[in-house]
Design a protein around this ligand. Structure first.
Ligand SMILES: C[S@@+](CC[C@H](N)C(=O)[O-])C[C@H]1O[C@@H](n2cnc3c(N)ncnc32)[C@H](O)[C@@H]1O
Length: 280
């Protein structure tokens, strides 16, 4: 293969701004100028795959894409899907020690429990929530307990629904829980771990662009939206936070990522501790 085949395709400043405008309109992600090289590198592969030789041609193609399919593929290519099991472990301790006992007593009559993982990436977050629920709710099978896990990227959702992870990824699950909640397959060097069917059956994976209409009615007892809004501008974050608030049950908990906070946004949540909020 000639090395030129793998070179990035030239992206001018004005083409970068056109791409950034399309991305912002489609999913709220704000691409500042510092992201130009990243966008160029990641989208060059996509352009080559489609047989385009310039960003101008690709931008024209995106603008004509009334189905939204290419926008989805482009977002798949540029979005950052970094995640891990039990990421920000203190959230799962808080879920087990404070949130779930509260919900169990509040919803003792209906035995209904709903959690939303908004921006779930490849599934590590909702599976960590499911494991925490299994470990901390006695008699969970008597509950109508479900997790909705959504993302804009169909690529990560396919991985999430499959629920199969390599050994390195499940290292952050303590061995006791790993053995209890995953089946392992393959010889030592190729060992993979698959979430057990009871975990999978608790989670519904669905594609949802947070910028669009949300079909679910709620209410949710807890919403995780961690390390997602970080890419959005302030008005978008403020609007989203208000929508999460409306969809939570009174007493419901809202988790954001470790580097995020609602400071500076207009909202009605009660601050509990850094990155944890509650609907009064
Ligand atoms: C960095 S990952 C965070 C995953 C997980 N919540 C965590 O904290 O480990 C951010 C995820 O948000 C998703 N995302 C970005 N913009 C989105 C949008 N407008 N609607 C839905 N998901 C979006 C990305 O596809 C990506 O999977």
């Amino acid at each position: 293969m000639k090395s030129s085949v793998l070179e990035s395709i030239n992206l001018t400043d004005s083409q970068f701004r056109d791409v950034a405008t399309l991305v912002q309109a489609a999913c709220g992600i704000h691409l500042h100028d510092g992201k130009k090289e990243l966008v160029k590198g990641r989208l060059s592969k996509r352009l080559r795959h489609l047989g385009f030789h310039s960003f101008q041609e690709y931008i024209g193609y995106l603008r004509k894409d009334s189905s939204g399919a290419e926008i989805t593929a482009m977002l798949d290519a540029i979005s950052t899907n970094q995640t891990s099991f039990f990421r920000e472990a203190e959230h799962f301790a808080y879920l087990a020690d404070k949130v779930l006992p509260g919900v169990v007593s509040r919803n003792a009559g209906s035995k209904r429990l709903r959690i939303w993982s908004a921006g779930c990436s490849s599934g590590e977050e909702p599976y960590s929530i499911a494991i925490t629920m299994c470990e901390s709710i006695a008699n969970l099978s008597a509950w109508d307990a479900r997790i909705l896990a959504t993302d804009i990227s169909t690529r990560v959702l396919a991985h999430a629904a499959q629920g199969v992870y390599d050994a390195e990824r499940v290292q952050s699950v303590v061995p006791k829980l790993r053995n209890r909640h995953f089946n392992s397959t393959g010889a030592h060097s190729e060992r993979r771990y698959e979430a057990k069917s009871n975990l999978k059956s608790m989670i519904q994976f669905a594609r949802l662009n947070l910028m669009e209409r949300w079909p679910m009615k709620g209410p949710f007892d807890t919403i995780f939206c961690r390390n997602v809004m970080i890419y959005f501008d302030r008005p978008t974050r403020e609007r989203l936070v208000g929508r999460y608030y409306d969809l939570l049950a009174p007493g419901g908990t809202f988790f954001v990522g470790h580097s995020e906070s609602l400071t500076g946004l207009k909202h009605q949540f009660r601050y509990v501790q850094p990155t944890v909020y509650e609907k009064p």
